[in-house]
Design a protein around this ligand. Sequence first.
Ligand code: TYD
Length: 242
Amino acid sequence: MQGFFARLNMTALTTIKLNMKHPGLFITLEGIDGTGKSTQIRGLIRHLRECGYRVRVTREPGGTPVGERIRSILLATSTGKLAPLAELALMYAARAQHLAEVVRPALARGEIVVSDRYNDASMAYQGYGRRLGKAAVRAFDRIVCGRTQPDLTIILDLDPEHALARAQRRETSRNSRRGRFEAQGLEFHQRVRAGYLAIARSAPGRVKVVRADQPVGEVQTAIRKLVDECLARHKKSVRKRG
Ligand code: TYD
């Protein structure tokens, strides 16, 4: 009987921990392929570290050894056609591992987690791009992410024609091959972009859109301003809670 109560208490404690708002700050960057996201993330990380913050940079799909293996299935053109639901399930499988191994522990330690893509990518790419719809994505999200939602999401917005041309130049200069998503046509990326913009309209407090057709330095200034404002709000709320 004692064992039973001990187990019950453990479960209750775990539940409380998972339901508690994390002490760290969770920032995600999103956008269609070719918006210059990687360059902007590097600049943001430099800024945050110069300000003295402990930052954990990560990416999806991936971010863990298992996640990186799932990533290679998802991105390799040799994988061929995946059923849209299988694609969505693999994205969330990698995400579940990423949350358990990287994101939740770092947030619990009070670090700033910056992730190159997270759950809004599933809504935009699988929900809108693959036309799976919002309900399917939300169902996975409730189970896998639960309350671990970003505090701030920045969407780099660029028209798909422009973005795909940029992604193609990048491939040529790196001599790399197109991934399964980059190989999708213009219409697919137009649906993904529309998805991102719809997400931004539905959550204006959390999700901010930055135009990526400006010079790199100006995009960076806009991103830093949004992050600094979010950090100031976060510090205030932590002080209040304390
Ligand atoms: P990646 O090469 O990392 O793209 P980028 O460098 O442009 O960020 O490839 C990740 C691809 O995976 C990208 O095309 C978007 C796609 N993706 C989804 O379709 N759903 C998701 O949930 C995530 C996280 C990514």
